[in-house]
Ligand binder design. Structure first.
Ligand code: S3P
Length: 169
């Protein structure tokens, strides 16, 4: 059984969708940011501030190698920059959660924990820089994705069911 890899921009809802897929299937879910945080025993924010982004990207590549070698039949949610690892497609079926930047931002700031959601993301500290990063990445995401799901305005349940249907067919 192939893995499912959820990719997409920060705050698009990869984690929430993964948790919803788990509810409606036998998949067990793991998250690349969670794996990195437990490997390092510190938060992503700390890793960025103490070691810099390049160090974090090295960890993502290390996790990608491990996933490619040994993980099967698993639902993998990823950090927004994980798509840069070499040969993402070897890990499994790449599913892009797509939305426009303004809807993603809206989703973050209307969350009950909005402050926390923004604070933990070093690359979302400046709105215009985040928007530029979105513009830069969107085409790359689309190119890598085997399946693209437009998540704008949809409930997590609808998105999860749509993904499960598409990976089965
Ligand atoms: C990043 C996204 C973050 C996290 C790190 C870098 C990125 O994950 O991996 O802060 O480069 O887009 P989320 O997509 O869960 O916010």
């Amino acid at each position: 059984m192939k893995n499912i890899i959820l990719i997409g921009f920060m705050g698009v809802g990869k984690g929430s969708v993964a948790r919803e897929i788990v509810k409606h299937s036998d998949y067990v879910a793991i998250d690349t940011d969670d794996i990195i945080e437990s490997m390092e025993n510190r938060r992503i924010k700390k890793i960025f501030s103490q070691e810099g982004e390049a160090y974090f990207r090295d960890l993502e590549r290390k996790v990608a190698k491990w996933l490619t070698k040994g993980v099967r039949g698993t639902l993998i949610s990823t950090g927004g920059g994980f798509y840069k690892v070499p040969h993402l497609e070897k890990i499994g079926t790449v599913v892009l959660l797509h939305s426009d930047f303004d809807s993603i931002y809206e989703r973050i700031i209307t969350h009950p924990n909005a402050k926390q959601k923004l604070k933990k993301r070093p690359l979302f500290q400046d709105l215009e820089k985040a928007r530029a990063l979105y513009d830069e990445r969107e085409t790359a995401y689309q190119k890598l994705a085997g399946i693209v799901i437009d998540v704008t305005g949809k409930s997590v349940e609808t998105i999860a069911k749509e993904i499960l249907k598409k990976v089965k067919s």
